[in-house]
Design a protein around this ligand. Structure first.
Ligand code: BES
Ligand code: ZN
Ligand code: ZN
Length: 485
């Protein structure tokens, strides 16, 4: 999308739509007669995302409420922009967007929120496989701000790069699992590595087995499709040994394995690779923005299927960390692939700070719905820094308890750890924490680590006014945000 920042609009009002923000309970000091008379008759207009189209003569105005002035934050602005764009996408080629004046956000934040709102709203991958296309008309947007400030432009530019990454993650995640196979994922990662000058390595099942990644291979062995442990390396700061690892669960389809899911729980399981998609997108953005950091992205990509070669409940596998794990439920496969990926990050890549993202547990949705992402960590300062970075960028995170009392729940009678909690009469008790504990058990020397359980937030359960159905690209902006400061 072409986005022009201006202080005075230049688009022809006869061919473009104009979008005006209305704060709730405020009389707009506008010279625009149409808006004035509408607001006179509708003094209560202005609730968040309340909208009204007005046509008069040559003019086409979309009045869009933005709620109470004191409540305006990054998300409100992004969603306001997104909603405006979404409602005009198929109506017009050109639009003029008046940005509300606010002292709640810096011009940099305003620029970023605009870019994210425009780009995310204008990409809708849910329609990619429909035979009848309903083409998007909008190509040109003028964004009217009050003063020309550098912050607007830099925020806009960085925001566009981030949004492009988020859209990549959304697109890959929305794809059907018969097309979005581990091989397809690998080929996409190769393309990005070539374009962005990232170093890619991939281990196939045979290589992973030879290396000792028994937990990853145990999951992968049930599928006819080849599986891959993929890494992308970015070196932006040669002066330091500090290195981030972003690790993603990339189950391109989770049937549950022999602990088969009931049909109603299987229908969304193409999204079980959203963690890996977020990592891939983040690596692309980091390279494009040429950030001064060192990062390795690790994506554990496989299906979790059934078949004669599939692992059985009761199998004991040797993880790459050296610990043995009892697989009591083959549907708790995410933690299995992740422990090997996290050990890989530490052993082979010497990462000093770890973040993993995974659609790990249904229990996360029970706990927080599709609004908050659960955060589990071993370092309160790091966890708080992460949560506050997220909240400034409109991603909601909630810290979950990781007390030692839960360590008991992953102790196995026959191996070092078990992949299912000892919940007694309620087997799923604290299932999200148990999953996190399992992953934590391979974190060496207490190095700072965060696990994000994105099961509830990786895709929208129902269509929302902005964004629509499908994957959200959760996590990407916060990971980039952490590195931008
Ligand atoms: N991929 C699922 C978790 C999931 C469920 C994500 C629903 C998104 C929506 C994961 O592999 C899984 O099946 N977890 C089990 C673990 C249990 C068997 C210990 C779960 O949460 O039920
Ligand atoms: Zn599963
Ligand atoms: Zn899964």
């Amino acid at each position: 999308m072409r986005i022009q920042l201006v202080t005075k609009p230049s688009l022809d009002p006869r061919t473009s739509y104009k979008v005006t923000p209305i704060f709730e309970g405020e009389n707009l000091d506008t010279t625009d007669k149409l808006t004035q008379s509408f607001l006179k008759e509708n003094p209560k207009f202005g609730k968040n995302l309340e909208s009204q189209l007005i046509y008069s003569g040559d003019q086409k105005v979309l009045l869009l409420g933005i709620g109470k002035r004191e409540k305006l934050d990054f998300s409100t602005l992004e969603h306001w922009v997104g909603t405006a764009i979404k409602s005009l996408l198929k109506k017009t080629k050109e639009a003029v967007l008046y940005i509300p004046r606010t002292d709640k956000l810096s011009s940099y934040q305003v620029g970023q929120a605009i870019a994210l709102g425009v780009e995310i709203a204008s990409a809708d991958f849910a329609k990619d496989y429909k035979s009848e296309k309903d083409p998007v008309k909008l190509t040109n947007i003028e964004v009217v701000v009050e003063r020309a400030e550098n912050g607007f432009l830099s925020g806009l530019k960085i925001g566009q790069v981030i949004a492009e990454g988020i859209n990549l993650a959304r697109k890959l995640s929305d794809m059907p699992p018969n097309e979005m196979t581990p091989t397809y994922f690998l080929n996409t990662a190769k393309k990005i590595a070539r374009e962005s000058k990232l170093k890619l390595t991939s281990l196939d099942e045979k290589q992973a087995k030879k290396k000792g990644m028994g937990a990853f291979v145990g999951v992968a062995q049930g599928s006819e499709e080849p599986s891959y442990m993929i890494t992308l390396e970015y070196k932006g700061d040669l002066r330091t040994k500090d290195k981030w690892a972003f690790v993603g669960k990339g189950i391109t389809f989770d049937s549950g394995g022999l602990s088969l899911k009931p049909p109603q729980h299987m229908t969304d399981m193409k999204y079980d690779m959203c963690g890996a998609a977020a990592v891939l997108a983040t690596m692309q953005i980091i390279a494009k923005l040429k950030l001064k950091v060192n990062v390795v992205g690790i994506m554990a990509v496989t299906e979790n299927l059934i078949g004669g070669k599939a692992q059985r409940p009761g199998d004991i596998v040797k993880t790459y960390s050296g610990k043995t794990a009892e697989v009591l439920n083959t549907d708790a496969e995410g933690r299995l692939v992740l422990v090997d990926a996290l050990t890989y990050a530490q052993k082979d890549f010497k990462a000093t700070k770890l973040v993993d993202l995974a659609t790990l547990t249904g229990g996360m949705i029970v706990a927080l719905g599709d609004f908050y992402t659960g955060v589990f960590g071993n370092n309160p300062k790091f966890t708080q820094e992460f949560i506050s970075t997220g909240s400034q960028l409109g991603e909601k995170y909630w810290e979950m308890p990781m007390d030692e009392v839960y360590n008991e729940m992953i102790k196995s009678d026959f191996a070092d750890i078990r992949n299912m909690g000892k919940g007694g009469s309620i087997p799923s008790a604290a299932s999200s924490i148990v999953g996190a504990k399992f992953i934590e058990s391979v974190v060496e020397n207490n190095r700072p680590w965060i696990h994000l359980d994105i099961a509830g937030t990786a895709w929208d359960l129902k269509s929302k006014p902005y964004g629509g159905v499908g994957a959200t690209g959760i996590g990407v902006r916060t990971l980039v945000g952490l590195l931008l400061v």
